[in-house]
Design a protein around this ligand. Sequence first.
Ligand code: NAP
Length: 258
Amino acid sequence: MSESRWAPVNPFVPDGRILVIGASSGIGLAAAAMAYRAGASVVGVARGEANLARSFAAIGGPDTARLLPIAADVRDPAGLESIFTRAGTVDHVLLTAGFAATGPTRTTPWSALAPAYTDRLATAYAVAQRAAPALAPGGSLVFTSGGFAVRPAADTSVVAAGLAALETFVRGLALELAPRNRVNAIRPGRIDTPMLRGALARSAAGPVDDDSVSAAGRSIPLGRVGKADEAAHAALFLMANTYITGVTLGVDGGKSLL
Ligand SMILES: NC(=O)c1ccc[n+]([C@@H]2O[C@H](COP(=O)([O-])OP(=O)(O)OC[C@H]3O[C@@H](n4cnc5c(N)ncnc54)[C@H](OP(=O)(O)O)[C@@H]3O)[C@@H](O)[C@H]2O)c1
């Protein structure tokens, strides 16, 4: 048989240099680890330096040549600048860092909820603006939405609106950056991360254990909450597939079907 036209690439995991903003925990950490294990070089960002160092040591062990941790706040303009200056040219950027706040519209002051709308969009906007010139041809941006964008719950009106706005932003930006680069998002449902456990603890007003996490997954069609790896894999798939742009991919065990 003559040489195959099928390129010897992994269709599910990207290679090259990947910048993960939100890399010390949850979905971002899982994405950083998965990309690293697949051979990519990973730049990871979080505010907490010690936690990020611990997380990256766990990913890479003694071989840290392909791992660059950067302690910075992506919401701070100087922090954003330092991230991209140190990262240099990157093939893909994943933004998982995000701010959420909930409360009833009738009684919560706008100032308490506004960041859940404005910061989600403003951070994505700032990252896109700074990332666009740093992206290699064929590279992509992946943002993080959330299930409330399509299935809000009571008291989530503002954070839901922010997530929906982000998804619309992704579609518009995808047109702007095409054909050189692609723009997509993941839309996690309930994923077992420190963020989810924190939210469950707040609503239960008490400590959360594995049983409470299992209980939180019972009403989901697949019968459980998702793993950080499962959400991370969706993000890496969107980077790796070279013909998907402007898409928000749900990773929610079927929750949005209900
Ligand atoms: N887990 C879920 O069930 C779920 C559901 C729907 C949507 N989501 C969305 O998915 C995304 C990731 O969630 P997760 O559960 O993986 O959260 P997580 O476990 O809390 O991880 C968040 C990561 O982002 C970093 N981070 C937060 N703010 C930052 C900032 N301003 N600058 C730089 N890094 C920052 C955190 O480190 P530092 O705190 O040290 O900065 C941490 O590494 C979020 O946008 C969330 O809204 C999650």
